[in-house]
Each structure stands twice: as C-alpha cells, then as structure tokens.
Design a protein around this ligand. Structure first.
Ligand code: HGA
Length: 605
C-alpha cells in the first residue's frame, strides 16, 4: 500500500527518494510523486504510471533538491488520477504526503474553506496540508504538533515548508513511520526497507510521535508534546533488490521458495519448548486455557487451520476471528485467553487495531506470528514467533502462508506437550515430519506440468467451486482466494458436506469443482460428496493422496499427491492450489504480482 520516503541532505536527494519508492513498489500502488524544496516554492512531479515513469519525469525536468518527500499512493479517497497523487500542496508553500485515512476530513474541509482555503483534490489528505499551513507561524514542528491534535483517524505524514529549506517533519498515529539516521543527513520512511543502502540505524516512531529532521539533528516529541529519546536500532538485514531469477513472476518464485522458507522456519531444536515463543512464554502458556486468533485474508485461513491442530493436538479451545470484525463488535474478554495475531508484514492495520482492542479489553497474553521482526505487531505483543519466509513481493501470499502454518503447528505441538497430550514419542514423530516437509514439498512442486495442463481449461471458466473437509476446509478457502485474487475468476469454497445445503444448485457442466482429497478419516464422506457433484454433471478436479483409490474417468480429473502427510498434510495440499491459481492467471494474462485493486501490507483500514 502507500509508501512514504523523505530526506534532508547536503546532496541532491531525488535519486534516494526514487530508489526508496522502488523498494516499496511491491506493496502495490496506483500513483506516485515526489516534491523537493529547491530555492523558494516546492516543486513536484507526479505520475499515475510506475515509479520508472516518475524517474523519467524528474530527469527530464531536472527536478533536484536537498530536501524532499515522496509517495506511492493506493487511493482510498478520490480516484487514482494525477491531481489526487501526493505530494499535496498548500498554497505553494507546503508539501505533504500521507498514508492512512482522516475520518473527520469533511468537517475540517468546511472549517478550512471558511478560512479561504481552496481544495483542488478529492483526497482526505488535502485537509492535513491546509490545516498545517493555517497553523504555521515560522515553526513547522509546532504547526504539525498542533494540527495532529485535530485529526481523527490514521496517518503517517511527512511535510516540508518553503521557509524551512532544511527541515522535514513527520508524524504517525495508526500507520507506521521510521526515522533513518545518516551522517549529516536524515531520512524518514513508512518502512525501513525503503532506506536500505542509505542507513542501517533507525528509530521506530511510536503512536502519537511527531519528529523533526534537520541535517544534524532528529527531534522526537510524544503525543503529549514532551521531547523524548527513542531507542536507535541497527537493522542490517535489509538486502538489495530481490531478483526474479529464472522465474516469470515473483509469485512463481515464492511458490518454489517454500521448501527453503519452511526449512528456515522450522525450529532447530528437536523438541517443542515454550522458549521458542519468547522468554515469558513458559509462564504465559501456564496461565491460559483458550486461544483467540485474530487475522485477515490468507493469515485468517492459517488461523482457521491452526484451530483444528490446537483443538486436536493441544485440546485447547480456540476461536478464530476476522480482525476487522472483532475490533468493532462487543465481545466478552477472557483473562485466560492467549490472543494470537497473524500477519506477514506485522503492519496490517485491521489486525494491529484488533490487537490493541484486545489489549484495551484487558487481555494480557498476546503472541504474534509474523514475518518481520521489527514490525509494530512484534513490538506490541508479549510473545512472538518469527517466520523466515524472506521478503514476499507477490501480492498473493504463498510462502508467508505455509510458514505461518509451520509456526502455528509448532504452537499446537508446544501447548500439547505442556498440557500432557504430546508424549516423547509423538513429539519425536512431529519433529521428523516437520524435518521431512521441505523434501515432501519438492515432490509436490514437481506436479507443476500436470497443473499447467489443467490451468488451460480453467482459464476459460468464470466460476469455480473448491471443496475440502476438516483440516483441509481452510485449504479449500485459501485455494479459492488465490484463484479470485490473481485470475479474477469467481471462486467459492465449501466444506464438502455443506454442498447439499445450497451450493449444489450452482453445479452444471460449466462449473469446475476443485477437491482437496487427502487420505484422512473423512475420505469416504468426501467421495460421497464427489458423487453428488458428478450426478449433476459437475466437472471434478481432484488433488488426491496416492492411496485414496480415486481414479480419473470422464468428468473426473485426478492429480496424485506424492505422499500422504498425516497431520501436516494441509501444508502440502495448498501448494498445487497456489500453482493452479498462478498458471490460470498466466493463461488469462493478468498482472499476477500486482492484481488489480489489491495491495500488499494492507496498512489502511
Ligand atoms: N487517504 C489517502 C492515502 C491513502 C493511503 O494511505 N493508501 O494506502 C488518499 O486516498 O490519498
């Protein structure tokens, strides 16, 4: 989603700003822009095309300056047109970029119109620019501190003013913002990743903070206006640009990286110990008697899968909720709950807000499952388990999902052991199964040519059904989501036993029905559900474990999974569904890594 980069330096800063935007591009955006202070009024360039186009513009127009701010926008208020792209100006004196949503923008707009401000964009952001301008009396830091008192909603902003040519001011509430510390130059960004190559020293601003960057100094004030010292962290792990290598898209690369990502995520130790989740975990795990999992999208489906593991392996009651629902409904807090939040980026706005809501209700024990160790979510939770998927560029999540599943299985096994339901031999069996997963995944990835053959049929369909049962129902949900996201084919997933209660009415020869068929206790029931589909002319595409005795015949296509994988089977069964969605999308010619209307790291509500 939206990205911010800002800098004050003693050199032309535009190439650094453009490079920062490039590093944030993978999150998805619909327009971009940059503004510099170059003697007098701010100058800007904006584009509704790619950052590469913006780069060309700045070269052609010789846009250069020592102080600047830049932005990638994912529109929430106002169409993705040049006029709404950030930086937004106020009276050619002040330039501002913003991530988030200002909820009281209508009343502020009326108030500012009353003061003579003219609005030229449809964004909510423009009110912030004019508000700060209206409060400016020669000190931008003071004006921003006063302005944010009047804002309701979520924001991370960076602002510059023509009368303070070596200053950038930032503020955050509900959206991330970091300060990067350089030598005689300082930076601001919505993600430290944007500043890789410029600095390794960061201040992660806290909620309500306002900061002022000048060449030699960074000043931070907290929400009460008191100057504060924030910890400086060194983050050296951000490498250079991620290469595509021999793959056509990042999504394909990331699907094929799963054996490595999973092997890096599986704990080294041969036993499941609470300390895997942090120093305080042993005590916290001893004080809980249920779990509340909060997540969105694909992470929600990993939570749903975890519920089956947690209740069957650890015998611990588990509730899974969509974060954006939980945060706004009345719920009954249970002091003995462990609240588990799951997010690839650790910055997902809805999940972060749900976590804070749970904490405000008095939940003391919280755990994040996350792919970014420096993220707000990891910083806010008592316990954490980091997945080691590496950077995920494709908007449609793949390796983040399977590594989350590994993390959540380890949680179930650890709680199962602590609660006396996993003895030494079962523990050893789980460890063996985990260790063998990367090899098992490689065999599943070798099915790609057979899946490509199916994807050609799929690319001509407009609807699809996905069926699974038990532990594999969330996998069917994830398969349908992947197909929707990147191929734009309408897909629905159902627990197979639910077909006869409604969706069977949709089944005709035109409806492909993808079935996840592991050889588990529900296999015979699933086979009956498949017969119900065949009897109505539905075309079945089945991913069947080799020992299921499901064989291809007319209207029934079967791809054999290399091995039956017991309790960890969902981690294998999701992979062919990822490949099916990927190759179907390729056949339809969609923008696989940046599907329309979607963005990575959903940092707005
Ligand atoms: N509300 C602003 C910024 C949107 C944003 O943060 N997207 O991720 C706008 O629509 O311009």
């Amino acid at each position: 989603m939206c990205g911010i980069v800002g800098a004050v330096a003693q050199r032309n800063i535009v190439p650094v700003l453009i490079e920062g935007l490039r590093r944030l591009e993978y999150r998805g955006y619909d327009s971009c822009g940059v503004a510099v202070l170059a003697g007098g009024e701010p100058r800007r360039a904006r584009s509704v095309a790619r950052v590469a186009d913006l780069d060309e513009q700045v070269r052609e127009t010789h846009l250069e300056g020592f102080t600047g701010i830049a932005h990638t926008r994912w529109a929430t208020h106002g169409a993705p047109v040049t006029n709404n792209a950030h930086p937004i100006f106020s009276r050619n004196a002040l330039a501002l970029v913003h991530n988030g949503i200002i909820e009281n923008y209508e009343s502020l707009r009326e108030m500012l119109r009353g003061k003579g401000y003219e609005f030229v964009s449809q964004t909510d952001t423009e009110v912030i620019a004019h508000l700060i301008h209206s409060l400016y009396r020669g000190d931008l830091f003071v004006a921003v501190r006063e302005a944010v008192q009047q804002l309701h909603g979520a924001y991370a902003i960076a602002v510059e003013h023509k009368d303070q040519p070596n200053t950038v001011v930032g503020a955050r509430q509900g959206s991330p913002l970091v300060v990067g510390l350089g030598q005689g130059e300082n930076f601001l960004a919505s993600d430290a990743l944007a500043l890789a190559g410029s600095t390794e020293h960061f201040i992660f601003l806290e909620e309500g903070d306002v900061c002022e960057l000048t060449l030699e100094r960074v000043r931070v004030a907290d929400r009460d206006g008191r100057d504060v010292e924030r910890e400086v962290r060194t983050v050296a792990a951000y490498g250079g640009a991620v290469e595509l290598g021999p793959y056509r898209h990042f999504m394909q690369k990331e699907i094929f990286e799963q054996p490595r990502a999973i092997s890096d995520t599986i704990p080294q130790a041969d036993s499941f110990d609470a300390s895997l989740f942090g120093d305080a975990a042993a005590r916290a795990f001893g004080e809980i008697d249920n779990l509340l999992i909060l997540a969105c999208g694909t992470s929600y489906y990993s939570g749903l899968t975890a519920k089956y593991w947690l209740e069957s392996i650890a015998k611990i009651p588990t509730q899974v909720e969509i974060a954006s629902e939980y945060r706004y409904r009345d719920s009954v807090p249970n002091p003995k709950s462990l609240v588990v939040v799951i997010s690839q980026s650790g910055e997902t706005a809805d999940t972060l807000a749900a976590l804070k809501h749970a904490q405000s209700l008095g939940h003391r024990h919280t755990l994040s499952v996350c792919n970014v160790g420096t993220s707000a979510m990891v910083r806010l939770t008592e316990l954490s388990f980091l997945t080691h998927a590496g950077r995920e560029i494709g908007v449609a999540s793949t390796k983040a999902f399977t590594t989350q599943l590994v993390a959540l299985f380890v949680l179930a096994a650890t709680l199962g052991k602590l609660r006396g339901h996993v003895d030494a031999s079962l523990e050893a069996q789980y460890v063996r199964q985990l260790r063998h997963l990367p090899a098992a995944l490689n065999s599943v990835l070798a099915l790609e040519p057979q899946i490509i053959a199916w994807s050609e049929d799929f690319s001509r369909k407009e609807n699809a059904l996905f069926l699974g049962r038990g532990l594999h129902y969330p996998i069917a949900l994830e398969g349908a989501l992947k197909l929707k996201e990147i191929s734009y084919i309408h897909a629905e997933a159902y627990p197979a036993g639910e077909l006869k209660h409604g969706p069977l009415a949709l089944v005709t020869e035109a409806m492909p029905v993808v079935t996840v068929a592991p050889n588990d206790a529900l296999l015979e029931k699933l086979k009956s559900n498949m017969q119900e589909v065949r009897a109505r002319g539905g075309e079945l595409y089945v991913f069947a474990d080799s020992d299921t005795r499901i064989v291809s015949e007319e209207g029934l296509h079967v791809i054999r999974m290399p091995e039956h994988y017991g309790v960890l089977s969902p981690i294998l069964h999701v992979v062919p569904l990822q490949l099916l969605a990927y190759h179907t999308a390729c056949s339809r010619g969609t923008d696989v890594d940046k599907p329309r209307n979607l963005a990575k790291s959903v940092t707005v509500e």
